[in-house]
Write a protein that binds this ligand. Structure first.
Ligand code: NDP
Length: 488
């Protein structure tokens, strides 16, 4: 039983545990690579285990792909591209995407539970955001498959070929959808490398492709660590690489592709400013701060990890934020009451703990709630820093955890200067009652997405992507089709 005090009413609020059941499906003990429409073992016979970060228990053993497997997968994708997929009409391709979308819907409960078990995110998020949005991406792109000439009027539209796609662990299934749906809709075939810590929903997605009767080799999934991703990028048979992950690996991929004609899109890190003006609806803004930084344990590239608050309301905002944070429940990702689940891996948990130390050593003041956290698994209490300087590492670097850095400002120009003083440029937020201020801020911040009086809203029709060290290329919307087609 978790007890939280309501500081505004002085009463106790108790929550009985409300765990989502995992009895309705059975994970296999072992998963192979998905190549040419079949699950096959790795050529080396090697496997690695994927664990539940909330319990540290092994969930399944997954094949570890090496260079030979990568080669086999790229060849399978090439054969499917040349013999079947590129020749198929958009209308026919669209039918497969619709079918995939419907099967994701049918298996949504299973997918949500597995996503929470393998990745640590609260079931409320995987159930209400990750899985429905993944479905929406397939429905949306199914609609485009036979309408590509309307997306690029006056141009002849052709697919590119074989796409190698590498995705991270923060939105495993959703990233599958962001990458695979536009590629397939445009007539390309895919070799996907999911993150080492979260391979399971990508493998369930491979089962869904089988169930949908997707022609063999159109979608291939090779599981493994960073070296598998590096081998995929190096493979000369790729026409396109799409990567989401850290800026460091993004740069390594850029180097690896230098001198080749392989096209590249990169969706990398972020350090978004969430800007609260004194004329904002403060209670709503506080909800926006909470959503901006604590959603998905802060493992979000577009997280509002820097709060810029106008000096005149700083005290009020910080006090209300503390009161709101006192209600956040950290714990079992499968419990429907949980607000903040498990940190994705021990490595990421250690990285966040290091930043908590670094911030204090740099002279910032740390605040953490005192909510109970489980003894087993990787958990971090919601945290923020005040008394931070623009030069502090906790302001400049992506922490990718439930840690907010709070700074104040006096004028709009100062807010813009601070917001832009970052190597990143992925997202931002502005909270104000004045429409004119919204326009000034959204034009003044160099970032791909800026939310006004809301945060973390996503739609398949809306392009997403960054500037500067946040990468290039867009995913979603008409813009997101462009990296997957040749125009003439
Ligand atoms: P990575 O960038 O290492 O992981 C992203 C994906 O790239 C994973 O599938 C990974 O495989 C793969 N990969 C790793 N090395 C290579 C390589 N040399 N060539 C090709 N693919 C590779 O992220 P981390 O997991 O190391 O996280 C570190 C930090 O990166 C986080 O703290 C966060 O700041 C940032 N990050 C940002 C993300 C975003 O959405 N922008 C997402 C994830 C992390 P594998 O998992 O098997 O190692």
């Amino acid at each position: 039983m978790t007890e939280t005090k309501n500081p505004t009413k002085g009463s106790n609020w108790s929550y009985a545990p409300s765990p989502e059941s995992s009895d309705h499906f059975k994970l296999k003990d072992q998963y192979g690579l998905f190549i040419g429409g079949k699950f096959v073992p790795a050529a080396s016979g090697k496997r690695f285990s994927t664990i539940n970060p909330a319990t540290e228990k092994v969930l399944a053993h997954v094949a570890d792909a090496g260079e030979k497997d990568v080669d086999k997968a790229v060849r399978a994708a090439r054969t499917a591209y040349e013999k079947v997929w590129r020749k198929m009409s958009g209308r026919e391709r669209g039918k497969y995407l619709y079918r995939i979308a419907r099967i994701i819907q049918e298996r949504s409960r299973e997918l949500a539970v597995v996503e929470s078990m393998d990745g640590g995110k609260p079931i409320r998020e995987s159930r209400d955001l990750d899985v429905p949005l993944a479905t929406a991406h397939f429905f949306y792109h199914a609609g485009w498959a036979d309408k590509l000439p309307y997306a690029f009027p006056g141009k002849a539209v052709r697919p590119i070929g074989v796409a190698g796609q590498i995705i991270p662990w923060n939105f495993p299934l959703l990233m599958v959808a962001w990458k695979v749906a536009p590629a397939l809709a445009c007539g390309n075939t895919v070799v996907l490398k999911p993150a080492e810590t979260t391979p399971l929903t990508a493998l369930l997605f491979a089962e869904i492709c089988q169930e949908a009767g997707l022609p063999d080799g159109v979608f291939n999934c090779i599981t493994g660590a960073g070296s598998t991703g590096a081998a995929l990028v190096k493979h000369p048979g790729l026409n396109k690489v799409a990567f989401t992950g850290s800026t460091d690996v993004g740069k390594a991929i850029q180097k690896s592709l230098a001198g080749r004609t392989t096209k590249l899109t990169l969706e990398l890190g972020g350090k978004a400013a969430n800007i609260i003006f004194e004329d904002a609806a403060i209670d709503q803004a506080v909800e926006g701060i909470i959503n901006g930084i604590f959603f998905n344990q802060g493992h979000v590239c577009c997280a509002g990890s820097r709060l810029l608050v106008q000096e005149s309301v700083e005290k009020e905002v910080v006090a209300k934020l503390k009161a709101r944070m006192a209600h956040l429940i950290v714990g079992d990702p499968l419990d429907k009451n949980t607000d903040i689940g498990a940190i994705n891996s021990k490595a990421q948990c250690d990285r966040i703990q290091d930043y908590l130390k670094v911030g204090q050593e740099e002279g910032a003041e740390l605040f953490q709630t005192n909510c109970p956290i489980p003894d087993k698994g990787y958990f971090i209490r919601p945290s923020f820093f005040t008394k931070v300087a623009q030069s502090h590492r906790i302001v400049q670097e992506e922490i990718f955890g439930p840690v907010l850095a709070i700074q104040s400002f006096r004028t709009l120009n100062e807010a813009l200067e601070k917001a832009n003083n970052t190597p990143y440029g992925l997202s931002g937020g502005v909270w104000t009652d004045k429409g004119a201020k919204i326009f000034k801020v959204t034009r003044g911040i160099r970032a791909g997405v800026i939310w006004a009086n809301t945060f973390n809203k996503f739609d398949p029709a809306s392009p997403f992507g960054g500037y500067k060290e946040s990468g290039y290329g867009r995913e979603g919307g008409r813009h997101g089709l462009r990296p997957y087609v040749e125009l003439s």
